[in-house]
Design a protein around this ligand. Structure first.
Ligand code: PLP
Length: 387
């Protein structure tokens, strides 16, 4: 039987044509397709500024810098995330700490955040920036986090890598509440540019800083030069930046993919609904739903309910892989990684994230998954999960 991957990119003929057209054009690096993709993404997400980057990790790095994260500053994020959500702060020389998750949404717990902030205030060591992560595509409690940010004076850098096209309180993710939101276009994510990312912001000064940092900290525009230029060749470096640019080839792919995001999201929602129905009787904890937000359904992550079955996650994982089903696990809690353990974090520090991880399994989910494939996943799960 054919292998069912846990995720796969959807490349249509029109995507290929768009990339070929870019290849035949005058620009292959940053050209008109970058501008056009940024505009279309900003419109779709109802945000003033969208800045393409070479990948979301690069986006998180320069977002931290644009917000003022640096040595001596403290950044808090979710332990239930990919490494990059924490590493971005370390690139800037800042200290990292974590806030435990809500076991239902698997996102950073607002209650835990509030409690940790009260303690931090009494110890006079408040975070400079908090990086909530929209895990699996389900937006975080961003309104409550904004209220806390205003009360305690921290910035919000939303890691929306999973959440392209998701919405919260009737508005797209990336438009309100967070100071900067960063999206990933890695091949397994919602829309893809092979590798790539986008940082969105309402504040024009932050957007300008992001553009500066993604390209060597360099300006060419005559209006921005500090010295009278001797000629049109003159450029100035104002800050220490990087080469974190996306190419026009990737932007062509991204813009073409973005035209189908509504359709692809409906397919993901349909597949998630079908899993809910197919798996209802099994000893599994299914993903939480919240009426005030629409998930992008990057992942369909379940937990093996150990109060209803003796089967272990390792057993179920191995059994599914043997049956040709590409399951995965998201995420090994970041603080338990050897690098973070060496900074002083210990198993037991964030018990909700650790308990979630111990039982977690991400099932195959992508726009083109068929009902028959989902039925096969459900049947294999039923066989592997004695109650
Ligand atoms: C994928 C991912 C990233 C990194 O994205 P890249 O585009 O691969 O750099 C960061 N954070 C989260 C939560 C992710 O899932």
């Amino acid at each position: 039987m054919s292998f069912i991957p846990y995720s796969r990119q959807e490349i249509a003929d029109e995507d290929i044509e768009a990339v070929v057209a870019a290849l035949r054009s005058e620009y292959v690096t940053q050209g008109p397709r970058i501008v056009s993709f940024e505009e279309k993404f900003a419109t779709r997400h109802q945000v003033a500024h969208a800045v393409t980057v070479s990948n979301a990790t690069a986006g998180l790095h320069i977002a931290c810098l644009a917000l003022g994260v640096g040595p001596g500053k403290l950044v808090w994020t979710s332990p239930n995330s990919f490494l990059a959500s924490a590493n971005c702060a370390r690139y800037c020389g800042a200290d990292v700490d974590f806030v435990d998750i809500d076991p239902q949404t698997r996102n950073m717990s607002t209650a835990a955040l509030r409690q940790k902030l009260e303690i931090a205030r009494s110890r006079k060591r408040l975070p400079h920036t908090v990086v909530p992560v929209d895990f699996a595509g389900l937006p975080c409690d961003l309104r409550e986090m904004r209220a806390l940010a205003d009360e305690y004076g921290f910035r919000i850098l939303e890691d929306a890598s999973h959440a392209t096209g998701a919405s919260y309180l009737g508005r797209p993710v990336g438009s309100a509440y967070a100071d900067i939101s960063v999206f990933s276009f890695h091949a397994v994510k919602i829309v893809t540019t092979a590798e790539g990312g986008m940082a969105t912001a309402q504040d024009p000064a932050l957007a300008r800083q992001l553009r500066l940092l993604r390209s060597h900290g360099m300006v060419r525009d005559a209006k921005e030069l500090r010295c009278e230029p001797e000629g049109a060749w003159v450029y100035e470096q104002h800050v220490l930046g990087f080469n974190y640019r996306m190419t026009d080839l990737q932007a062509a792919l991204g813009e073409s993919q973005l035209r189908r995001i509504g359709q692809m999201q409906q397919q993901r929602i349909g597949a998630a609904d079908r899993y809910d129905a197919l798996l209802a009787g099994l000893p599994l904890i299914l993903p939480a739903r919240r009426p005030d937000r629409v998930s992008a359904w990057h992942l369909y992550a379940v937990e093996i309910d150990d109060s209803r079955t003796v089967a272990t996650r390792a057993h179920v994982f191995a059994g599914l892989r043997r049956a040709g089903i590409g399951v995965n696990v998201h995420y090994i809690p970041v603080h338990t990684q050897p690098y973070y353990a060496a900074l002083g974090f210990r198993a037991g520090d964030f018990p909700a994230a650790e308990r979630y991880y111990a039982r977690a399994l991400s099932l195959p989910l992508f726009p083109g998954i068929s009902p028959a494939q989902q039925e096969r996943v459900a049947a294999e799960l039923a066989a592997l999960l004695p109650t």
